[in-house]
Design a protein. Structure first.
Length: 263
């Protein structure tokens, strides 16, 4: 049970649940109170192992509404990744990075104040946050993106995406690191300092898909940037400027952002 601090959930925010399915059913409830037996459930997300279904519903004053059923995307002993994004009138639900369904609100979003998870799942992460991000997106990094910091960008490519990029910028708005995802099946890495593009690097298997959620994590180490895609190491990129010069972030082109965080 977790209390959703800061006024509960807001449109644009995403609840992220990661773990491993152990055995039996498991439940995710978005509740209007602390007691799961008596509180209303604005969303009841139940994985039914026997029927191989995900059952979506709500509960008001102890009475469940009409069930909506989807095929169970999970398997016992394997990883579970659930992303539930809040919108003005619906939840947008992704399971293991793929869109499962939308679930229209039957109760107001702003009544949710607790998240309850139980059953056959071993949790490794439960978090919520984000907002509606404009694209192009640009933001400074307090104190700079110095050695030891991590940038985590989560999103989903647009249905007809041709490319999008994630960039670390200098104080002069130069590309200190340009991570260019091209749906011609190439991820180009480069820099542009002083007005000229340097040597492109583009090795590696293409790890992105249209309409699938991604997590890109960039870790600033002493001699290079380490880039991970969906938890897997993708590439290293040797610094082409002093790492103290990384001052900002930009994200451009055909992508819907769900989260941008520096830790």
């Amino acid at each position: 049970m977790s209390r959703l601090e800061g006024g509960g959930l807001q449109p644009g925010q995403t609840v992220v649940i990661k773990g491993m399915q152990t055995s039996g059913n498991f439940n995710v409830l978005f509740l209007t109170g602390q007691n799961p037996d008596t509180a209303d459930a604005c969303l009841s997300f139940v994985v039914n192992v026997k029927d191989k279904k995900v059952i979506l519903n709500d509960k008001t004053r102890g009475v469940y509404g009409k069930e909506e059923k989807k095929s169970d995307p999970f398997k016992e002993g394997q990883n579970v990744d659930i992303r539930i994004r809040c919108h003005d009138s619906k939840f947008e639900i992704y399971t293991n990075l793929k869109h499962l369904c939308d679930f229209d609100y039957r109760q107001p979003l702003n009544t949710i104040n607790h998240l309850y998870i139980d059953g056959g799942i071993e949790l490794t992460e439960v978090s919520w946050g984000g907002k509606y991000y404009p694209v192009p997106y640009q933001a400074g990094v307090d104190g700079g993106f110095t050695v030891g910091k991590r940038l985590i960008v989560s999103g989903v490519p647009e249905k007809s995406a041709k490319l999008f990029s994630i960039n670390l910028m200098t104080e002069k708005n130069e590309y200190a690191f340009h991570f260019n995802v091209q749906f011609s099946k190439k991820v180009a890495r480069n820099s542009n300092i002083g007005g000229s593009w340097a040597q492109e690097e583009n090795d590696g298997k293409f790890p992105f898909s249209h309409d699938e959620v991604f997590d890109v994590m960039v870790v600033n180490e002493a001699y290079s940037l380490q880039v991970f895609v969906n938890g897997n190491h993708f590439c290293s990129f040797s610094h082409r400027t002093d790492p103290k010069n990384y001052r900002g972030i930009s994200v451009n082109a055909d992508v819907i952002l769900m989260g941008v965080h520096v830790k």
